[in-house]
Structure formats: C-alpha cells, structure tokens
Design a protein around this ligand. Structure first.
Ligand code: OAD
Length: 246
C-alpha cells in the first residue's frame, strides 16, 4: 500500500464537483512515463544547449541537427504511455463541472490518456508546419522526404512547437489567462514554474482569489506564494486526490 499524502481540509472541501478547476502541467507529469524533463540533474538542458536546438535561428543555421533532435525526442515519445497522473486528470475532467487542462508539454500524452480540449501552450511535437507557407502537417506523408522534409511549396518543414523567443499561440494563451483568472482551484503539476508566460498562470490565479496547489518532487519558484505544496511524484499524488472527490 502506498502511503496517503496529507491534504488540507481546505483542499478536500474544494474537491467538490461545483468547484471551477484549472490544471497547468509541465514536463514533470510525463517524467514517470519516461519523457526527460528540461531542468534538474537529468534534465535535457544539462546535456543540450537550448539556443542550439530550440530557436528559429538554430533551425535556420542547422536545420538537419534541429530536425534530428526532434526526431530523437519523437522516438522517445512514440514508445511511451500516459501514466497514472495523466489518467487521474481524465477523472478530474469527468468529475468537475468546469474544468480546464493547460499544458506546456508537447508530448500529446494528455490527449492519449483521453483528456479533451487540452490547451497546448507550447505546441505539439507530433505536428509539423512549413516555415514558408505555414501549411500544417498532422502526419508527414510518406512522399515527403528530406532532413528536414520539404513542403510542397519548397519550404523547410519544422516541428509545430514553440521555440525560445517565439510567441505562444495567441488564442491558447488568451484562453489560459482567462480561465486562470476565473477559477476557484488551480493546480500546478510537474512544472518548475520558471518559463513565462506559462509560469505566470498560477500567480494570476492566486491574485484572482483561487486556492493554488502545486504537485512537484520539490519546492519551486512559486511555493512561497501559493496555498499548498504537495511534494512527491505526480503519478502517486494525482490518483490520491481523485479519492477525495465528493
Ligand atoms: P522543467 O524541466 O523545468 O520542470 C519539471 C518539474 O517537474 C521540476 O520542478 C521537477 O521537480 C518536477 N518533477 C520531476 N519529476 C516529477 C514527478 N514524477 N512528479 C512531479 N513533479 C516532477 O519542465 P517545465 O516546467 O515543463 O519550453 O518547463 C517549462 C518549459 O521549459 C518547457 O515547456 C520547455 C522548457 O524549456 C520550451 O521548449 C519552449
């Protein structure tokens, strides 16, 4: 039997179906599925330099390298499955009458788990788009070849993710700001909460009067301003929260 986490009475009361809930997730929620996180000892940014791999300039300077790096990350994602934390969030969506799930992750694991209307702030690694004409590719046809592949218009195809220095998709961001400033309970799960604008969402929720809870292996940048930190693995904690649903 895994040990139950200690949850405040305030949070237990808020787990009733009428509560308006927003959840923001980051790389930590996928860690137990086998997706590497970005920061921390084993984080991707310890081994790779973001400016060489995750910027538009890097892609223009070395499209083959950047494409191959994303292929490497796609291979990891192809072989993995959602974990109990992703699955618990599907139960969250079924339970709460008003619920929004916002993610910084590009791995698509929330969709794979069965979550609906996921707000993907940083794009999706499985999708691609042309840098010249903007055509979107949900999957790459077998006829499209090259590293990186070439669009029908001749432009290079890139992963449809947000790189450093790029704007987040405006509609998704506006929606995330709106629901975060109008919820009763906000969860920040598996994110170091250092990359803005996503990192400002829990703070906006807090300022707007929501009860803000983080679920993380360790305390983060926002721990001192929020209401409750649940320290441990998301795959253990999120399913335990489901048991408190009223
Ligand atoms: P980070 O790698 O910065 O943070 C992951 C967080 O998850 C850390 O705080 C870990 O302590 C925590 N963590 C690790 N394993 C966990 C587990 N099993 N359960 C719960 N928490 C766990 O990832 P993000 O915050 O998502 O952006 O990073 C934000 C953005 O920075 C990413 O979307 C990406 C990156 O650079 C772009 O590429 C634009």
């Amino acid at each position: 039997m895994s040990q139950m986490i200690s949850v405040s009475e305030a949070l237990k009361t808020l787990l009733s179906k009428e509560t308006k809930v927003v959840v923001l997730t980051g790389a930590g929620i996928s860690a137990e599925s086998g997706v590497p996180t970005f920061r921390g000892e084993d984080g991707l940014w310890k081994k790779f330099r973001p400016e060489e791999l995750a910027t538009f300039d890097a892609f223009m300077a070395n499209p083959e390298l950047v494409w191959e790096w994303y292929e490497y990350r796609r291979k990891i994602i192809e072989e993995i499955k959602p974990n109990p934390a992703h699955l618990a969030l599907v139960e969250f969506q079924n339970h709460f009458e008003e619920f929004d799930l916002i993610t910084q992750n590009v791995d698509g694991l929330h969709n794979q788990a069965g979550s609906k209307n996921v707000v993907e702030l940083h794009g999706n690694i499985k999708r691609n788009k042309c840098i010249r004409c903007g055509a979107q590719y949900e999957t790459l046809e077998k006829t499209i070849k090259g590293i990186p592949p070439k669009c029908h218009c001749g432009g290079n195809i890139r992963p449809d993710v947000v790189w450093f220095g790029e704007m987040l998709p405006q509609d998704a961001l506006n929606y995330a700001f709106k629901v975060s400033s109008d919820c009763d309970l906000f969860f920040s799960v598996g994110t170091s909460a250092v990359v803005h604008p996503a990192a400002s969402l829990p703070l906006i929720a807090k300022r707007s009067g929501a009860y803000v809870v983080e679920v993380n292996m360790e305390r983060t940048e926002i721990s001192h301003v929020i209401d409750e930190s649940l320290i441990g693995k998301a795959g253990k904690i999120m399913p335990q929260l489901v048991k408190f649903f009223m």
